[in-house]
Every structure is written in structure tokens, then in C-alpha cells.
Design a binder for this molecule. Structure first.
Ligand SMILES: [Cu+2]
Length: 494
């Protein structure tokens, strides 16, 4: 049975902060709180600001409420089965904390004493490890070694002092390969007691994980070792990942943890660079922070990056492993890349349809298209964007940097200033710059390279033939490889 929580009067706790009272009310319930709707506003305002810290934001997630009892911050995690939507069209029967996957972010301050109750409503024993924390050995959560496992129905008490600050994690440490594959993990952020400077304006938390969800199934396969097909930011795949919104001039921090089973994830940011300022081992001295556009987040570690938002727009933030920005990749399919399927596709569809993720993420049944693909399976790629379909999924989200916004609600897609968007070149532009589309597919005399751009010194190099559509049939054309040192501008002809 769950241990009853102490129920002191609420008035003395963080009095006067309306948000805090709401949180405490939620924490007081014995039942796990309802998983807030994904688009619910105000996730970021879910914790009070004791000691002056600026609360972190967990996109698509929440922060765990707490109460203060005799100077100790008291939290309650409840491990239980959760039905979780990775994105519309793909739902998993998972395990989580407090009704959500992943568990809520725990947030505290260096020097705090914390007491974390863990109630097990799973069908098997569990335990929780506090990843990266310098704590008493018996609180470390390794079942069988530093404690006995928490049996179903039991509530354990973990209690320790926070002797450090930074970005850490928590996760099951019992039957890990199953319980972590099922989702039992979360982030643990500790703010400095004496900050060296002002807090960042925007402080985001992203937990990376990976799942094997066979098309048509609702259960992750915990026995998968290498071949994961649902790769998530805070347990969501694009286009269900919430954007990270910032104003020009904001100092933005992103704390990234990786509790994937086997994959390290190089997280790449478009439109700028950042500095890596800390790991779960501690802060990196300023002299050791070098600029990056991609940070590799190894399994079982955290990396925190910071940058000043200076470039307005919608900037992708994604894993750079190309298969990690796809959903249920269909990678067991026959390889049809480059095939002209016009006379062929129906026959092939009949053969492979039941192995193909369907393309319509809103369809309830899998029979509406693709000739019978399984239900509870989403398209392997993408979502709608302002210029059409965005062919990304999985570990992909958007940093939205804006000049003037009233708040940090999703501002919608960036309105590109006129004349600043890449688009089809005009015939005049091609002619002006000597781009010869015909030459791009014509072998040169020595059989090898060819220039697509005439040298500026030979005006007759671009001989003015009208540009033709490069590929009207959508069929691949072989282009001879460009030899090193002989190309002009290296456009390569495609
Ligand atoms: Cu990745």
C-alpha cells in the first residue's frame, strides 16, 4: 500500500505563490496525476522559484511537485503502467512515473536535503538509481546490492543531501534492460546554491531514449539489443516534439541526457553554435568550453550546452544519425531506393504492404492506404511545415527564435522576410552565373569531369542554352564522377 504522505497545512509552504499551491494540491493526491495534455500551456510554470532559481522547462513533460516538511523537500514518484502517445498514430503500453513517460523532472537546489518516496505499482519489483549524484551508498538504488528491491505495492523512502549542482538523471536499476526499455527514467536538475551569475533566460531539459516498436504492436520489445526504430526527445517523436521558444538575446541552456539502450546521439543545432558547459560529472571550466554545433551525448551521460539566441527563425535541433530522425523506419523492407515504380508499385505493395508503416498518421485503422499496413504504426517520416512536408521524424525538434514575442507559447512557423528563402533559380540567374544544366549531364572529352559553372574568365563557357528541367521524370541519371582538382566549383552536376 502506498505510504500516506504527511499533510501539513499548505499555507506555510511557499505562501503566496498560486502556482505552487496548485502543484501541492496535485502532489497531495494518492493517485498518479493525470498526464497533462501535450499541448497544455504552462508546463514551464509548474514549479515555484525558491532560492531564486529559474525553473527548467521540460518540453512535452512536467516538473515533479514537492512540499517542504521540516526543511526537507519531499517528492513522490509512483511507478506504474502508462499508455503513452509518441505522436498521433503511435501509442505504447509503457511504464512510467506519475502517469507519464518519461517521469517528471526532479528539480532542487544544491545543499537541499531531499526525501523521495517511490511507490511501486508495477507488476514486478523495481528500484531507482540517482544517476550522477554523490550520495550515501545505501541510497544508490542498485537492487540486490545496495538495497532490496521495492516489491509491488511497497513504497520506499530515499533520502539524501544534494552536494553538487548540475544535470543528472534517475532510472530503474532493477531488471534494467526491461524496465528502461519500458520507459522508467527521468531527469534530475540541481541548481547551484550560489550561482556564479544570472540564470539562463531559457533552461530546457531533453531526455533521449530509444524503443523497439514493431509496426502494429503496442509494447516495446525489451530484448532488442541494437535495432531501435522509435527514437525520442522526452518520449516524443517529431512532429509531436514541442518547440523550444526563445527571444533574440536570450541565453538559452539545453540540458540533454541519454538513457538509450545502446545508441550515442550526436545532437546538432542549426543556425549557430553553442558551448558545452557541463556533463553529469560536473561543470566544465570556461577555458575548457569549446564551440560546437553538434554535441555527442553518450549513453548514460548528460551534456549541457548554452548559446545566446541571435538569429531569428526556426532552427532544427536533431540527432545527426540519419536513421534517428525517422519513425518506425521500415528498415526491414526491400530497398526500393531509386526505383521507378510506375509500372511496378502495385505488385510490390501487395508483397510488402503488411511490413510498411502507413503514411496517414491520422487514420485509425491500417487499411485505409498502403493496402493493409498494421494499425498503431506511424509514417516513418515527418509532418507538415510551412513549405510542405518535413521529411523528419524521431529525434527532431525546432528551436524557435523570435525578435518580439509576448510570451514563450509556440509562436507558429517563422515568417520569412521577403527575398530570404531559397527557391528555384530563374533562367536569368542561371544564365547570368554561367550555370549550364546541359553540361551537367554530358561527359567531357576525357570522359570524366565536367563543369556546371563556367570560369568567370571564359564567358562563352556558359553558352546560353536555355535551362531545361533537370529531371522531369523523377528518374535518376548517372553523372560521371568529378575528378579531384579538375572541377571548377564542385557542384557535381546534381
Ligand atoms: Cu541518435
Amino acid at each position: 500500500m502506498p505510504m500516506p504522505m504527511p499533510m501539513p497545512g499548505r499555507g506555510f509552504l511557499l505562501a503566496g505563490i498560486g502556482v505552487a499551491v496548485m502543484c501541492l494540491a496535485a502532489a497531495a493526491a494518492d493517485d498518479p496525476p493525470e498526464h497533462p495534455p501535450d499541448d497544455a500551456p504552462g508546463h514551464e510554470a509548474s514549479n515555484p522559484q525558491p532560492n531564486g532559481y529559474r525553473p527548467v522547462i521540460t518540453p512535452n513533460g512536467t516538473t515533479l511537485p514537492f512540499r517542504v516538511v521540516d526543511g526537507v523537500k519531499v517528492y513522490h514518484l509512483i511507478a506504474a503502467a502508462v499508455r503513452h502517445e509518441f505522436a498521433p498514430g503511435l501509442t505504447g503500453r509503457l511504464w512510467g512515473f506519475n502517469g507519464q513517460v518519461h517521469g517528471p523532472t526532479i528539480e532542487a537546489v544544491e545543499g537541499d536535503r531531499v526525501r523521495i518516496y517511490v511507490t511501486n505499482h508495477l507488476p514486478e519489483p523495481t528500484s531507482i538509481h540517482w544517476h550522477g549524484l554523490h550520495i550515501t551508498n545505501g541510497m544508490d538504488g542498485v537492487s540486490g546490492m545496495t538495497q532490496r528491491a521495492i516489491e509491488p505495492g511497497e513504497t520506499f523512502r530515499y533520502e539524501f543531501d544534494l552536494r553538487q549542482h548540475g544535470t543528472f538523471m534517475y532510472h530503474s536499476h532493477h531488471n534494467e534492460q526491461v524496465q528502461m526499455a519500458m520507459g522508467l527514467m527521468g531527469m534530475f536538475v540541481i541548481h547551484p546554491r550560489e550561482p556564479g551569475g544570472p540564470p539562463p533566460d531559457r533552461d530546457f531539459v531533453i531526455l533521449l531514449s530509444e524503443w523497439k516498436m514493431d509496426p502494429g504492436s503496442e509494447r516495446p520489445d525489451p530484448f532488442e539489443m541494437i535495432d531501435f526504430n522509435v527514437l525520442t526527445f522526452n518520449a516524443k517523436v517529431f512532429p509531436a516534439t514541442a518547440p523550444l521558444v526563445a527571444k533574440i538575446g536570450d541565453r538559452v541552456r539545453i540540458r540533454i541526457g541519454n538513457l538509450s539502450a545502446t545508441d550515442h546521439h550526436p545532437i546538432h543545432m542549426h543556425g549557430g553554435s553553442f558551448r558545452v558547459i557541463e556533463t553529469d560529472g560536473g561543470p566544465i571550466p570556461e577555458a575548457g568550453q569549446w564551440p560546437e554545433t553538434t554535441v555527442l551525448v553518450p549513453v548514460g551521460s548528460t551534456r549541457t550546452v548554452e548559446f545566446v539566441a541571435s538569429n531569428p527563425g526556426d532552427w532544427a535541433l536533431h540527432c545527426h544519425m540519419t536513421h534517428h530522425t525517422m519513425n518506425q523506419m521500415g528498415h526491414n523492407l526491400p530497398n526500393l531506393t531509386g526505383l521507378d515504380p510506375s509500372d511496378f508499385d502495385q505488385a510490390v505493395m501487395d508483397l510488402v504492404a503488411d511490413r510498411l508503416p502507413r503514411n496517414d498518421p491520422t487514420a485509425e485503422e491500417g487499411t485505409a492506404d498502403m493496402g493493409g499496413s498494421p494499425k498503431n504504426t506511424i509514417a516513418m517520416l515527418g509532418g507538415d511545415g510551412p513549405f510542405g512536408y518535413i521529411p523528419m521524424g524521431g529525434m527532431f525538434t525546432v528551436i524557435k527564435v523570435r525578435e518580439s514575442i509576448e510570451n514563450y507559447e509556440d509562436p507558429g512557423w517563422y515568417e520569412q522576410p521577403e527575398g530570404t528563402v531559397a527557391e528555384a533559380a530563374t533562367a536569368e540567374e542561371l544564365e547570368r552565373d554561367g550555370i549550364d544544366l546541359e553540361a551537367a549531364t554530358r561527359p567531357t572529352e576525357n570522359g570524366g569531369p565536367h563543369a556546371t559553372q563556367a570560369p568567370p574568365s571564359s564567358p562563352d563557357g556558359g553558352h546560353g542554352s536555355p535551362p531545361s528541367p533537370s529531371n522531369p521524370e523523377g528518374v535518376e541519371r548517372e553523372v560521371p564522377p568529378q575528378k579531384r582538382g579538375e572541377g571548377h566549383e564542385g557542384h557535381g552536376g546534381r
